[in-house]
Design a protein around this ligand. Structure first.
Ligand code: AMP
Length: 431
């Protein structure tokens, strides 16, 4: 199928060509005709499938040209990074129209955003929080909204946006076209669809939570934090293959520690993305990473959504996410639309449980690769080992609420200086 077959007009076909899209992706083939026909739609599609253009293109064609001053279309997304990402795709695809848009997100003062609203826009791309904040100042005229998109709905629900979404629905006209996109379709997303959409068509482009086939996934059993650092360094030294790498970590403290360690290793500049970083620092980091000035970006999950980085060579999961859908989102940074990519995960023994759950979710077994022999394994420090055992206890309790937690009674038995086996677990004392 071609974009011409989708009945898009010349100005969009030109913009599509300049964006470098040759053929519509599956979600585009399925969504564009339905949106053009005015239907409500639930699209199950993860990032990397081309879902943003799948709703932007038909909406642009429906909106046709700038009318103003009141906005006619509202696109809601969970994070400011995603607002910026959608805004960029919008800019690219609307270049041959005079349709005006505004990106509304927090972290900066609302003054400039309000000025643009007053000047008149057709489309608002916003996080729910900032939309309501500016709405409360009476700077958004809600009467003309005819199209609403809720993107990454599962993420919105995880982030607790249900009350805000409901509030927004109350403020805008009932009669409108609503489109909902989500990487997965859990019950809470179904609730949104049932409450807000009118006889929606449901389209799905890949089975629920399945990573794109273009991503090769590998798993290393790595006993401890130190060994994970050494393995990470081992990979990053190979700058020919690992030429644009996102390293995902559990927390901003981890991000800072790992970036600091890497900075001392002569790998070039290392940047970080996490919630403590200011808006400008984050945008600069993303731009420099995209531009190729920075090869390695260390990021937490919060910042992982909505960053569109084409041709990331590798995603490295320094830890296994305990929020299992984050695995799919993390590795979705590589192998994006028609490109191949590699996702490598580091797992210590307390994370095996989570890998089991992830494999169940993605309905795949991730290939395990032995640790490279050059990596010298050090003993797991006592505190870290205790944390790992505590985590195992927690998992056992999750599986069996009656489980009493063996670790707390026995923890005294492990001696700091004990010998470790290949996995970094202290060897048992012979009786
Ligand atoms: P998304 O799923 O919206 O996050 O899009 C992922 C990436 O795919 C973005 O970099 C888009 O520019 C790109 N893309 C979207 N549609 C196409 C297409 N038809 N052909 C090639 N790339 C595309």
């Amino acid at each position: 199928m071609t974009f011409e077959d989708l009945k898009l007009t010349r100005q969009f076909l030109n913009a599509i060509e300049e964006a470098g899209y040759q053929h519509p992706t599956e979600i585009q083939e399925k969504a564009i005709p339905r949106i053009l026909a005015g239907q409500d739609l639930v699209g199950i599609a993860q990032t990397g499938t081309g879902k943003t253009a799948a709703y932007i293109l038909p909406l642009l064609q429906i909106l046709k040209f700038h009318q103003g001053p009141e906005p006619r279309c509202l696109i809601l997304v969970p994070t400011k990074e995603l607002v910026l990402q959608v805004d960029k795709t919008f800019e690219e695809l609307s270049k041959y129209t005079d349709i005006k848009r505004i990106a509304l997100y927090g972290g900066i003062g609302p003054k400039t955003q309000i000025e643009a609203l007053i000047a008149g826009v057709d489309v608002i791309i916003a996080t729910p929080g900032r939309f309501l904040e500016i709405y409360a100042k009476r700077e958004i005229a809600p009467k003309k909204f005819k199209h609403v998109v809720i993107d990454e709905c599962d993420r919105m629900m995880d982030m607790g946006f249900w009350p805000q979404l409901r509030e927004i629905q109350e403020k805008i006209p009932q009669k409108k076209q609503q489109l909902l996109f989500s990487a997965t379709f859990p019950e809470k997303v179904e609730r949104i669809a049932d409450n807000f959409l009118l006889f929606p068509q449901r389209i799905e482009v890949s089975p629920q939570s399945t990573p794109a086939e273009s991503i090769s996934q590998y798993l290393y059993e790595v006993p401890n934090f130190r060994a994970k650092l050494d393995l990470l360094l081992h990979f990053l030294k190979n700058d020919e293959q690992f030429n644009r790498v996102m390293v995902f970590v559990r927390s901003k403290e981890h991000a800072t520690g790992i970036a600091k360690f890497l900075e001392g290793q002569g790998l070039g500049e290392i940047r970080m993305l996490h919630s403590n970083k200011g808006q400008n620092a984050r945008i600069n980091a993303i731009d420099d990473f995209k531009g190729g000035d920075v090869r390695v970006l260390v990021s937490t999950d919060v910042s992982s959504r909505g960053i569109d980085v084409v041709e990331v060579s590798h995603v490295i999961n320094f830890n296994i996410p305990t929020h299992y859908e984050d695995y799919v989102h993390r590795i979705g940074r590589t192998g994006r639309a028609f490109k191949t990519g590699t996702a490598i995960s580091f797992m210590d023994f307390s994370e095996e449980y989570h890998i089991g759950k992830i494999q169940k979710l993605i309905k795949q077994t991730i290939e395990r690769i032995p640790m490279p022999e050059v990596i010298k394994i050090h003993e797991t420090p006592f505190d870290e080992f205790q944390d790992q055992m505590r985590e195992i206890d927690r998992q056992k309790k999750l599986e069996n609420p009656d489980y009493k937690g063996a670790f707390h009674e026995k923890k005294q038995r492990f001696d700091v200086k004990k010998k470790v086996d290949k996995k970094g677990k202290p060897k048992r004392r012979k009786r």
